[in-house]
Design a protein around this ligand. Structure first.
Ligand code: GRF
Length: 208
């Protein structure tokens, strides 16, 4: 059984989608922990309801980013993860942390990377006049919202959209692509060759 540790900062709807798919579809894996940098994160309530171990590493309790990263890495390592899943985790992780888990850490970002890394992606996509938006699951590398792309979803931008309606449309697809990408990882179906991700069965890596 592969051990999945999720890092969250908020409601954790992606983490919940991954956990539910893992249980319902009988993956050779288990979500063993939910780790939050925010004590009040809704994701922690879900973990408690589901009997998943949880931990809080509050970034405000650490004097520097390096100290926070080191404390977080120790807590995550304590759960002996095969895979670390960033699911709405809103802290930038330093190179040391990323390198410790490189090749076994995934993130989801609510844009069609490499467009719009960072914050306010939906607002920026609307301001740019994009006709399509989407989300990207990628391996985490030290550069923010970069790294080999596992899967992307694409949705239309509709007349009258604001950042909330667009975010909602994209989020619905995140709950499809993130569980699929994690499943592929735990089933050993992902290969990274020269920075590009191949799915061993040739499954489509775009969700339209
Ligand atoms: C998602 O849109 C994710 O792509 C972004 O933050 C949001 C987290 O939502 N990184 P949730 O906590 O998974 O509900």
């Amino acid at each position: 059984m592969k051990r999945i540790v999720t890092l969250v900062s908020g409601r954790g709807s992606n983490m919940q989608a991954i956990h539910a798919a893992c249980v319902q579809q009988g993956w050779p894996a288990e979500v063993v922990a939910v780790v939050s940098n925010r004590p009040g994160a809704g994701a922690l309530d879900y973990a408690a309801q589901q009997g998943i171990a949880s931990a809080v590493v509050d970034h405000r309790a650490h004097a520097s980013r390096e100290a926070f990263d080191a404390a977080l890495a120790d807590v995550v390592d304590g759960f002996e993860p095969d895979l670390v899943v960033l699911a709405g985790f809103m802290r930038i992780l330093g190179a040391d942390f990323v390198q410790r888990f490189e090749g076994r850490m995934l993130n989801i970002h609510p844009s069609l990377l490499p467009a719009f890394p960072g914050l306010h992606t939906h607002r920026r996509a609307l301001e740019a006049g994009c006709q399509a938006a989407g989300a990207t699951v990628h391996f985490v590398t030290p550069e923010l919202d970069h790294g080999p792309i596992v899967m992307q979803s694409v949705v239309p931008v509709r007349p009258g959209d604001d950042e909330h309606t667009l975010a909602e449309r994209v989020l619905a697809t995140e709950h499809g692509i993130y569980p699929l990408a994690v499943r592929w990882f735990v089933e050993g179906k992902l290969q990274v060759v020269e920075g590009r991700v191949h799915q061993a069965d040739g499954a489509s890596q775009v969700w339209l």
